[in-house]
Ligand binder design. Sequence first.
Ligand SMILES: *Cc1c(COP(=O)(O)O)cnc(C)c1O
Length: 374
Amino acid sequence: MSRACAEIKLSAITQNLKLIKSRTPADVLAVVKADAYGHGLIPVSKALEEAGADWFGTALLEEAISLRKAGILKPIISWLTPLGEDFKSAIDLDIDLGIPSIDLLNEVIKAASLSGKTARIHLEVDTGMSRGGVLSEWDQLIKTVLAAVNLKQIKVIGIWSHFARADEPDELMNQEQLSLFEQKVDHAKAAGIDAEFIHIANSAALFTNKNAHRNIIRSGIALYGLSPDVKNIGDSLSLGLKPAMKLKAKLNLVKDVKAGSSVGYGGTAVLDSDTKLGVVALGYADGIPRNTNNLAGVFVAKKRAPIIGRVSMDQFVVDLGITSTAKTGDEVIVFGDGSGGEYTVDEWAKAANTINYEIITRIGPRVPRIYSRE
Ligand SMILES: *Cc1c(COP(=O)(O)O)cnc(C)c1O
Protein backbone atom coordinates (compact mmCIF):
# COMPACT_ATOMS: atom_id res chain seq x y z
CA MET A 1 0.00 0.00 0.00
CA SER A 2 1.31 3.46 -0.80
CA ARG A 3 -0.75 6.24 0.73
CA ALA A 4 -4.11 4.62 1.32
CA CYS A 5 -6.38 1.92 -0.05
CA ALA A 6 -9.78 0.39 0.38
CA GLU A 7 -9.67 -3.37 0.74
CA ILE A 8 -12.83 -4.95 -0.63
CA LYS A 9 -13.67 -8.44 0.52
CA LEU A 10 -15.69 -9.94 -2.32
CA SER A 11 -16.45 -13.02 -0.22
CA ALA A 12 -18.22 -10.79 2.32
CA ILE A 13 -20.41 -9.40 -0.46
CA THR A 14 -21.29 -12.84 -1.81
CA GLN A 15 -22.04 -14.09 1.72
CA ASN A 16 -24.32 -11.11 2.24
CA LEU A 17 -26.09 -12.02 -1.00
CA LYS A 18 -26.64 -15.55 0.32
CA LEU A 19 -28.04 -14.18 3.57
CA ILE A 20 -30.42 -11.88 1.67
CA LYS A 21 -31.54 -14.78 -0.52
CA SER A 22 -32.18 -16.90 2.56
CA ARG A 23 -34.59 -14.24 3.85
CA THR A 24 -36.88 -14.15 0.82
CA PRO A 25 -38.23 -16.31 -1.99
CA ALA A 26 -38.11 -13.24 -4.28
CA ASP A 27 -35.41 -12.58 -6.88
CA VAL A 28 -32.58 -10.41 -5.60
CA LEU A 29 -31.62 -7.38 -7.64
CA ALA A 30 -28.14 -6.21 -6.72
CA VAL A 31 -28.11 -2.43 -6.56
CA VAL A 32 -24.68 -1.42 -7.84
CA LYS A 33 -25.21 2.28 -8.48
CA ALA A 34 -22.58 4.79 -7.40
CA ASP A 35 -19.74 2.42 -8.29
CA ALA A 36 -21.33 -0.37 -6.24
CA TYR A 37 -21.64 1.97 -3.25
CA GLY A 38 -17.96 2.81 -3.62
CA HIS A 39 -16.82 -0.84 -3.76
CA GLY A 40 -16.13 -0.93 -7.53
CA LEU A 41 -18.85 -1.57 -10.13
CA ILE A 42 -17.30 -4.29 -12.26
CA PRO A 43 -15.42 -6.53 -9.79
CA VAL A 44 -18.38 -6.46 -7.39
CA SER A 45 -20.95 -7.17 -10.11
CA LYS A 46 -18.93 -10.06 -11.54
CA ALA A 47 -18.62 -11.65 -8.11
CA LEU A 48 -22.34 -11.15 -7.50
CA GLU A 49 -23.39 -12.62 -10.84
CA GLU A 50 -21.25 -15.67 -10.18
CA ALA A 51 -22.81 -15.98 -6.70
CA GLY A 52 -26.35 -15.95 -8.05
CA ALA A 53 -27.62 -12.38 -8.16
CA ASP A 54 -30.73 -12.46 -10.33
CA TRP A 55 -30.78 -8.86 -11.52
CA PHE A 56 -28.64 -5.74 -11.44
CA GLY A 57 -29.80 -2.19 -10.89
CA THR A 58 -28.07 1.11 -11.50
CA ALA A 59 -29.15 4.71 -11.34
CA LEU A 60 -27.29 5.94 -14.42
CA LEU A 61 -27.47 4.48 -17.88
CA GLU A 62 -23.70 4.68 -18.34
CA GLU A 63 -23.30 2.39 -15.31
CA ALA A 64 -25.67 -0.13 -16.89
CA ILE A 65 -23.84 0.08 -20.23
CA SER A 66 -20.50 -0.52 -18.46
CA LEU A 67 -21.98 -3.64 -16.86
CA ARG A 68 -23.13 -5.08 -20.19
CA LYS A 69 -19.82 -4.24 -21.83
CA ALA A 70 -18.01 -6.00 -18.98
CA GLY A 71 -19.99 -9.15 -19.79
CA ILE A 72 -22.78 -9.14 -17.21
CA LEU A 73 -25.56 -11.27 -18.70
CA LYS A 74 -28.34 -11.01 -16.11
CA PRO A 75 -31.09 -8.43 -16.60
CA ILE A 76 -30.04 -4.89 -15.70
CA ILE A 77 -32.38 -2.02 -14.88
CA SER A 78 -31.31 1.61 -15.12
CA TRP A 79 -33.79 3.89 -13.36
CA LEU A 80 -32.43 7.42 -13.34
CA THR A 81 -32.09 8.46 -16.95
CA PRO A 82 -32.66 12.09 -17.88
CA LEU A 83 -34.47 12.97 -21.10
CA GLY A 84 -32.14 12.94 -24.09
CA GLU A 85 -30.14 9.87 -23.01
CA ASP A 86 -28.99 7.34 -25.58
CA PHE A 87 -31.99 5.05 -25.15
CA LYS A 88 -31.29 3.30 -28.45
CA SER A 89 -28.00 1.94 -27.06
CA ALA A 90 -29.85 0.86 -23.92
CA ILE A 91 -32.40 -1.06 -25.98
CA ASP A 92 -29.74 -2.54 -28.28
CA LEU A 93 -27.86 -3.78 -25.19
CA ASP A 94 -31.00 -5.29 -23.58
CA ILE A 95 -30.95 -2.85 -20.69
CA ASP A 96 -34.29 -2.49 -18.91
CA LEU A 97 -35.41 1.09 -18.34
CA GLY A 98 -37.30 2.52 -15.39
CA ILE A 99 -40.06 4.84 -16.61
CA PRO A 100 -40.67 7.79 -14.27
CA SER A 101 -42.74 9.97 -16.63
CA ILE A 102 -44.77 10.00 -19.83
CA ASP A 103 -42.19 12.27 -21.51
CA LEU A 104 -39.46 9.74 -20.89
CA LEU A 105 -41.68 6.90 -22.08
CA ASN A 106 -42.24 8.76 -25.35
CA GLU A 107 -38.49 9.05 -25.88
CA VAL A 108 -38.01 5.35 -25.18
CA ILE A 109 -40.77 4.49 -27.67
CA LYS A 110 -39.02 6.58 -30.33
CA ALA A 111 -35.69 4.92 -29.59
CA ALA A 112 -37.33 1.49 -29.84
CA SER A 113 -38.57 2.34 -33.34
CA LEU A 114 -35.05 3.36 -34.32
CA SER A 115 -33.59 0.20 -32.79
CA GLY A 116 -36.13 -2.17 -34.27
CA LYS A 117 -36.13 -4.04 -30.95
CA THR A 118 -38.77 -4.05 -28.25
CA ALA A 119 -37.75 -1.94 -25.24
CA ARG A 120 -38.02 -3.64 -21.83
CA ILE A 121 -39.52 -1.23 -19.35
CA HIS A 122 -40.49 -0.99 -15.67
CA LEU A 123 -43.21 1.57 -14.89
CA GLU A 124 -42.47 3.61 -11.79
CA VAL A 125 -45.34 4.59 -9.52
CA ASP A 126 -44.89 7.58 -7.23
CA THR A 127 -46.52 6.15 -4.12
CA GLY A 128 -45.66 9.03 -1.84
CA MET A 129 -42.01 9.92 -2.06
CA SER A 130 -42.75 12.65 -4.62
CA ARG A 131 -39.47 11.93 -6.36
CA GLY A 132 -39.48 9.80 -9.55
CA GLY A 133 -42.58 8.07 -10.78
CA VAL A 134 -46.05 8.75 -12.08
CA LEU A 135 -49.09 9.34 -9.89
CA SER A 136 -51.62 11.88 -11.14
CA GLU A 137 -50.95 11.01 -14.79
CA TRP A 138 -51.12 7.25 -14.23
CA ASP A 139 -54.21 6.66 -16.40
CA GLN A 140 -52.69 8.67 -19.23
CA LEU A 141 -49.43 6.72 -18.86
CA ILE A 142 -51.28 3.42 -19.16
CA LYS A 143 -52.98 4.56 -22.38
CA THR A 144 -49.62 5.50 -23.92
CA VAL A 145 -48.16 2.19 -22.76
CA LEU A 146 -50.99 0.14 -24.29
CA ALA A 147 -50.63 1.78 -27.70
CA ALA A 148 -46.86 1.12 -27.76
CA VAL A 149 -47.25 -2.45 -26.46
CA ASN A 150 -49.62 -3.18 -29.35
CA LEU A 151 -46.99 -1.92 -31.78
CA LYS A 152 -44.37 -4.12 -30.03
CA GLN A 153 -42.26 -1.04 -29.32
CA ILE A 154 -42.22 -1.76 -25.60
CA LYS A 155 -42.82 -4.64 -23.24
CA VAL A 156 -43.78 -3.95 -19.63
CA ILE A 157 -41.49 -6.23 -17.65
CA GLY A 158 -42.16 -4.64 -14.29
CA ILE A 159 -44.04 -2.13 -12.19
CA TRP A 160 -42.18 -0.64 -9.26
CA SER A 161 -42.04 1.97 -6.57
CA HIS A 162 -39.79 2.97 -3.69
CA PHE A 163 -40.36 3.37 0.06
CA ALA A 164 -39.58 6.66 1.78
CA ARG A 165 -39.50 5.23 5.31
CA ALA A 166 -38.80 1.50 5.09
CA ASP A 167 -36.22 1.94 7.83
CA GLU A 168 -39.05 2.95 10.19
CA PRO A 169 -41.23 -0.14 9.98
CA ASP A 170 -43.84 1.21 12.38
CA GLU A 171 -44.62 4.22 10.22
CA LEU A 172 -48.09 4.11 8.71
CA MET A 173 -46.66 5.59 5.51
CA ASN A 174 -45.24 2.16 4.57
CA GLN A 175 -48.72 0.66 4.52
CA GLU A 176 -50.12 3.64 2.63
CA GLN A 177 -47.44 3.40 -0.03
CA LEU A 178 -47.99 -0.33 -0.40
CA SER A 179 -51.78 0.05 -0.83
CA LEU A 180 -51.41 2.79 -3.41
CA PHE A 181 -48.86 0.64 -5.23
CA GLU A 182 -51.25 -2.32 -5.27
CA GLN A 183 -54.03 -0.12 -6.61
CA LYS A 184 -51.90 1.01 -9.53
CA VAL A 185 -50.68 -2.51 -10.27
CA ASP A 186 -54.30 -3.74 -10.25
CA HIS A 187 -55.37 -0.89 -12.47
CA ALA A 188 -52.64 -1.70 -14.99
CA LYS A 189 -53.64 -5.35 -14.92
CA ALA A 190 -57.29 -4.54 -15.50
CA ALA A 191 -56.21 -2.44 -18.48
CA GLY A 192 -54.38 -5.45 -19.92
CA ILE A 193 -50.83 -4.86 -18.68
CA ASP A 194 -49.81 -7.94 -16.74
CA ALA A 195 -46.24 -7.20 -15.67
CA GLU A 196 -44.29 -10.26 -14.59
CA PHE A 197 -42.23 -8.41 -11.97
CA ILE A 198 -43.56 -6.22 -9.17
CA HIS A 199 -40.99 -4.58 -6.94
CA ILE A 200 -40.90 -2.03 -4.15
CA ALA A 201 -38.68 -3.46 -1.38
CA ASN A 202 -35.16 -2.21 -0.61
CA SER A 203 -32.80 -3.64 2.04
CA ALA A 204 -34.80 -2.17 4.91
CA ALA A 205 -38.06 -3.68 3.65
CA LEU A 206 -36.29 -7.02 3.17
CA PHE A 207 -35.71 -7.15 6.93
CA THR A 208 -38.85 -5.41 8.19
CA ASN A 209 -41.74 -5.89 5.78
CA LYS A 210 -42.29 -9.38 4.37
CA ASN A 211 -45.57 -8.23 2.97
CA ALA A 212 -43.70 -5.91 0.59
CA HIS A 213 -41.31 -8.47 -0.89
CA ARG A 214 -43.31 -9.26 -4.06
CA ASN A 215 -41.02 -10.89 -6.60
CA ILE A 216 -37.89 -8.74 -6.64
CA ILE A 217 -35.98 -7.23 -3.71
CA ARG A 218 -33.75 -4.35 -4.78
CA SER A 219 -30.95 -4.57 -2.26
CA GLY A 220 -28.00 -2.24 -1.95
CA ILE A 221 -26.66 -1.43 1.49
CA ALA A 222 -27.14 -4.95 2.90
CA LEU A 223 -25.05 -6.44 0.10
CA TYR A 224 -22.14 -4.33 1.27
CA GLY A 225 -22.65 -5.61 4.79
CA LEU A 226 -24.20 -2.57 6.41
CA SER A 227 -27.51 -2.09 8.15
CA PRO A 228 -30.14 0.13 6.51
CA ASP A 229 -30.74 1.68 9.92
CA VAL A 230 -28.74 0.73 12.99
CA LYS A 231 -31.24 2.18 15.44
CA ASN A 232 -34.46 0.63 14.10
CA ILE A 233 -33.21 -2.53 12.41
CA GLY A 234 -30.00 -3.43 14.26
CA ASP A 235 -26.33 -3.31 13.34
CA SER A 236 -24.42 -5.44 10.83
CA LEU A 237 -23.49 -8.02 13.43
CA SER A 238 -27.03 -8.53 14.70
CA LEU A 239 -28.32 -8.87 11.12
CA GLY A 240 -25.57 -11.36 10.22
CA LEU A 241 -24.11 -9.02 7.60
CA LYS A 242 -20.40 -8.70 6.88
CA PRO A 243 -19.07 -5.21 6.12
CA ALA A 244 -17.01 -5.57 2.94
CA MET A 245 -14.88 -2.43 2.90
CA LYS A 246 -11.82 -1.82 5.04
CA LEU A 247 -10.25 1.60 4.58
CA LYS A 248 -6.56 1.81 5.35
CA ALA A 249 -3.98 4.57 5.23
CA LYS A 250 -0.46 5.37 6.32
CA LEU A 251 0.81 7.66 9.02
CA ASN A 252 2.72 10.29 7.08
CA LEU A 253 4.21 11.57 10.28
CA VAL A 254 4.24 10.91 14.02
CA LYS A 255 5.39 13.69 16.32
CA ASP A 256 5.44 14.82 19.94
CA VAL A 257 3.42 17.95 20.54
CA LYS A 258 3.23 20.08 23.70
CA ALA A 259 0.18 20.90 25.78
CA GLY A 260 -1.40 24.18 24.68
CA SER A 261 -0.70 23.64 20.96
CA SER A 262 -3.66 23.99 18.61
CA VAL A 263 -4.29 21.48 15.84
CA GLY A 264 -5.42 22.13 12.30
CA TYR A 265 -7.31 24.88 10.48
CA GLY A 266 -9.19 27.25 12.68
CA GLY A 267 -7.31 26.05 15.74
CA THR A 268 -10.49 24.29 16.80
CA ALA A 269 -8.67 21.79 19.02
CA VAL A 270 -6.14 22.73 21.71
CA LEU A 271 -4.12 20.02 23.45
CA ASP A 272 -4.64 19.93 27.19
CA SER A 273 -1.59 17.74 27.74
CA ASP A 274 1.59 16.70 25.93
CA THR A 275 0.82 13.97 23.42
CA LYS A 276 1.87 12.17 20.27
CA LEU A 277 -0.02 13.14 17.12
CA GLY A 278 -0.26 11.16 13.90
CA VAL A 279 -0.87 12.66 10.47
CA VAL A 280 -3.06 10.36 8.36
CA ALA A 281 -2.72 10.60 4.59
CA LEU A 282 -6.41 10.90 3.72
CA GLY A 283 -8.63 13.97 3.64
CA TYR A 284 -11.95 15.32 2.56
CA ALA A 285 -10.83 15.15 -1.09
CA ASP A 286 -10.82 11.38 -0.53
CA GLY A 287 -14.26 11.41 1.04
CA ILE A 288 -13.37 11.72 4.72
CA PRO A 289 -16.12 14.01 6.07
CA ARG A 290 -14.64 17.40 7.05
CA ASN A 291 -16.89 17.81 10.03
CA THR A 292 -16.15 14.68 12.01
CA ASN A 293 -15.95 14.81 15.78
CA ASN A 294 -13.55 12.83 17.94
CA LEU A 295 -15.89 9.82 18.11
CA ALA A 296 -14.15 8.54 14.96
CA GLY A 297 -10.50 8.14 14.10
CA VAL A 298 -8.13 5.32 13.28
CA PHE A 299 -6.85 2.09 14.78
CA VAL A 300 -3.07 1.83 15.04
CA ALA A 301 -0.57 0.16 17.35
CA LYS A 302 -3.42 -1.87 18.92
CA LYS A 303 -5.34 1.24 19.96
CA ARG A 304 -7.97 3.65 18.77
CA ALA A 305 -6.64 7.12 18.06
CA PRO A 306 -9.43 9.70 17.72
CA ILE A 307 -9.47 12.56 15.21
CA ILE A 308 -8.29 15.86 16.58
CA GLY A 309 -9.04 19.17 14.85
CA ARG A 310 -10.61 19.65 11.45
CA VAL A 311 -10.05 17.25 8.57
CA SER A 312 -7.99 18.89 5.78
CA MET A 313 -8.21 18.24 2.05
CA ASP A 314 -5.53 15.52 1.96
CA GLN A 315 -4.86 14.69 5.59
CA PHE A 316 -6.19 14.60 9.10
CA VAL A 317 -4.58 14.42 12.51
CA VAL A 318 -5.21 11.83 15.21
CA ASP A 319 -4.30 11.86 18.87
CA LEU A 320 -2.17 8.75 19.38
CA GLY A 321 -1.64 9.36 23.10
CA ILE A 322 1.66 9.92 24.85
CA THR A 323 2.38 6.19 25.33
CA SER A 324 1.64 5.14 21.74
CA THR A 325 4.21 3.01 19.97
CA ALA A 326 2.98 4.10 16.52
CA LYS A 327 5.64 5.48 14.19
CA THR A 328 5.86 7.28 10.88
CA GLY A 329 4.98 4.91 8.05
CA ASP A 330 2.72 2.67 10.13
CA GLU A 331 -0.50 1.44 8.56
CA VAL A 332 -3.74 2.53 10.20
CA ILE A 333 -7.26 1.19 9.79
CA VAL A 334 -9.71 4.04 9.28
CA PHE A 335 -12.72 1.74 9.33
CA GLY A 336 -13.44 -1.94 8.99
CA ASP A 337 -15.86 -4.52 10.34
CA GLY A 338 -14.80 -3.71 13.89
CA SER A 339 -13.58 -7.24 14.68
CA GLY A 340 -10.03 -6.08 15.37
CA GLY A 341 -11.10 -3.15 17.52
CA GLU A 342 -11.14 -0.63 14.68
CA TYR A 343 -13.85 1.96 14.15
CA THR A 344 -16.78 0.82 12.00
CA VAL A 345 -18.51 2.63 9.14
CA ASP A 346 -21.48 3.08 11.47
CA GLU A 347 -19.29 4.80 14.05
CA TRP A 348 -17.90 7.11 11.38
CA ALA A 349 -21.43 7.88 10.19
CA LYS A 350 -22.48 8.81 13.69
CA ALA A 351 -19.38 10.94 14.26
CA ALA A 352 -20.02 12.84 11.01
CA ASN A 353 -23.75 13.14 11.66
CA THR A 354 -24.68 11.20 8.54
CA ILE A 355 -25.60 7.66 7.44
CA ASN A 356 -23.35 4.71 6.61
CA TYR A 357 -24.46 4.93 2.94
CA GLU A 358 -22.77 8.32 2.63
CA ILE A 359 -19.53 7.24 4.31
CA ILE A 360 -18.87 4.39 1.85
CA THR A 361 -20.14 6.02 -1.34
CA ARG A 362 -18.08 9.18 -0.87
CA ILE A 363 -14.69 7.42 -0.72
CA GLY A 364 -13.15 8.94 -3.82
CA PRO A 365 -11.33 7.66 -6.89
CA ARG A 366 -7.90 8.64 -5.50
CA VAL A 367 -8.20 5.68 -3.14
CA PRO A 368 -7.36 2.45 -4.99
CA ARG A 369 -9.65 -0.51 -4.37
CA ILE A 370 -7.84 -3.77 -3.65
CA TYR A 371 -9.87 -6.99 -3.97
CA SER A 372 -9.62 -10.15 -1.96
CA ARG A 373 -11.66 -13.32 -2.31
CA GLU A 374 -10.95 -15.04 1.02
C1 LIG B 1 -30.57 2.83 -4.00
C2 LIG B 1 -31.84 2.17 -4.31
C3 LIG B 1 -32.18 0.93 -3.73
C4 LIG B 1 -31.32 0.24 -2.70
O1 LIG B 1 -31.58 0.73 -1.42
P1 LIG B 1 -30.83 0.09 -0.15
O2 LIG B 1 -31.44 0.83 0.99
O3 LIG B 1 -29.39 0.40 -0.32
O4 LIG B 1 -31.12 -1.35 -0.17
C5 LIG B 1 -33.33 0.32 -4.15
N1 LIG B 1 -34.14 0.89 -5.06
C6 LIG B 1 -33.87 2.09 -5.61
C7 LIG B 1 -34.79 2.65 -6.61
C8 LIG B 1 -32.71 2.78 -5.25
O5 LIG B 1 -32.46 3.96 -5.80
